[in-house]
Design a protein around this ligand. Structure first.
Ligand code: UDP
Length: 414
């Protein structure tokens, strides 16, 4: 690389072909009062999982419209991430024994991160429970927002009451869908996540590029592919996907590919991955590869993408596959219900048997696959591209008055 190399960020104007000139102009107008505003996003990993996936393009797009936006990830020992993963699971409905020892480790590590990270920005957005208490150790110079990405349908009451005790110091909370609304002393907003159509994972690929990617990883394409791309996590129900595939396979020949990765802040991935090994065969492929273009190629080539989650705040993988015009079968839970309209742009399922039946139906009916796929792509174009998400943040940031009070919502894109 030479010093004369010209780097160019994706600009909001690049989205014009998908969202139209009017939307682009509106976003730029909303960004004008926020020029040079210093913004920090804080989460717990730079890699793996939907939050990192979102922050990566979002922080760049915010910079491209003039907000000086940084991204920090907190660090900690394995003990810390074991505890925060348990918290994550308990927010989604599992049990946790919240001992004083766990609380002490959690709060101490967050304090250490507060010392390492000076968060004196004009707007601070804290993502998920891992860094939540950091607000107590920072000097607030502007409003702080807690952005919760998890499925909050049934949080463990004891844990939630403990975490809520930190929320009084925030100025707003953002959850993914209105069904997750909580009894909180601060205003709440609801932002469905979105995808970056220009990333390696989502950009157009030629058939040749897809063939090459799949051949490189020795993925057979002689039979239709049924694919799930997910962190190895119980909530993603990979066992249920294998069971559904085995039932479907009795009626229609096909190959199953489970592609997964492990997030740096998720200590359970190895175990879930190890457990799945017993299902491996020449028609059940279990892959753990760090290859974003492979995700793209698989989501494009799949006859059916499955995301059979048992809990899901919002499934980016669902939207990614929909953008590629591939029909998706999703678990009838959480954010997926807002992404898929059952029978229109995909299918929602409540059981292994239903999932198997929908796989068979889609594999037998190419015209249905095309129709659903086209509607799915249109849904994403209208509702799930990153410009909509950016605009919601701009509305939120513009909505704070003196003393960080958030005005009631003006119309915001949905
Ligand atoms: N992902 C990936 N490689 C994998 C598995 C997942 O790149 O092997 C990506 C996936 O494409 C998506 C993100 O990780 O962008 C997962 O986000 P999602 O919201 O679906 O689930 P989360 O992991 O946040 O629960």
């Amino acid at each position: 690389m030479t010093s004369s190399t010209v780097h160019r960020l994706v600009q909001v104007a690049d989205y014009e072909r998908y969202v139209g000139a009017e939307t682009v102009e509106r976003i730029l107008r909303k960004a004008r009062p926020l020029q040079d505003l210093r913004v920090a996003h804080v989460n717990s990993t730079y890699y793996g999982g939907g939050v990192a996936e979102l922050l990566s393009p979002l922080t760049l797009l915010m910079n491209s419209v003039g907000l000086v936006t940084e991204w920090r990830a907190i660090q900690g020992p394995p003990d810390f991430f074991n505890i925060t993963k348990k918290m994550h699971n308990a927010l989604q409905g599992a049990c946790i024994d919240l001992t004083p020892r766990k609380r002490r480790i959690y709060e101490e590590v967050v304090y250490e991160n507060a010392v390492r990270n000076r968060l004196d920005h004009d707007r601070v957005v804290i993502h998920d429970p891992q860094p939540l208490p950091i607000v107590h150790h920072s000097r607030k110079r502007g409003p702080w927002v807690w952005r919760c990405h998890v499925d909050m349908t049934r949080p463990d009451p004891a844990l939630w009451s403990y975490l809520k005790s930190f929320l009084g110091a925030y100025d707003a909370a953002v959850l993914s869908i209105p069904e997750y609304e909580q009894d909180l002393p601060i205003p709440q907003r609801f932002f469905l996540p979105a995808i970056d159509p220009f990333s390696i994972k989502n950009r157009e690929l030629t058939d040749k590029e897809i063939d090459e990617r799949l051949a490189y990883h020795c993925i057979p394409t002689d039979l239709p592919l049924v694919v799930q791309v997910s962190r190895f996590d119980r909530w993603k129900d990979p066992e249920g996907v294998v069971a559904a595939y085995k039932l479907a396979r009795e009626q229609v020949p096909c190959t199953l590919v489970l592609l997964g990765n492990m997030a740096a802040d998720d200590p359970e991935g190895q175990e879930v991955y190890g457990h799945l090994h017993r299902h491996r065969s020449d028609r059940i492929l279990l892959l753990s590869r760090e290859d974003t273009a492979l995700v793209n190629a698989l989501q494009r080539r799949a006859a059916v993408v499955v995301q059979k989650s048992l809990r899901e705040g919002f499934g980016l993988t669902v939207t990614e596959a929909m953008w590629k015009g591939t029909p998706v079968i999703g678990g009838n839970v959480g954010g997926i219900r807002h992404q898929l309209q059952d029978g229109h742009n995909g299918f929602l399922v409540d059981s292994v048997e239903q999932c198997a039946a929908r796989i068979v139906q889609l594999l037998r009916d190419p015209a249905l696959r095309d129709r659903m796929g086209q509607r799915a792509r249109e849904t994403v174009r209208e509702r799930f591209l990153l410009t909509r998400y950016l605009e919601q943040y701009l509305d939120l940031f513009n909505g704070f008055e003196a003393r960080f009070h958030l005005r009631p919502t003006a119309a915001s894109p949905r």
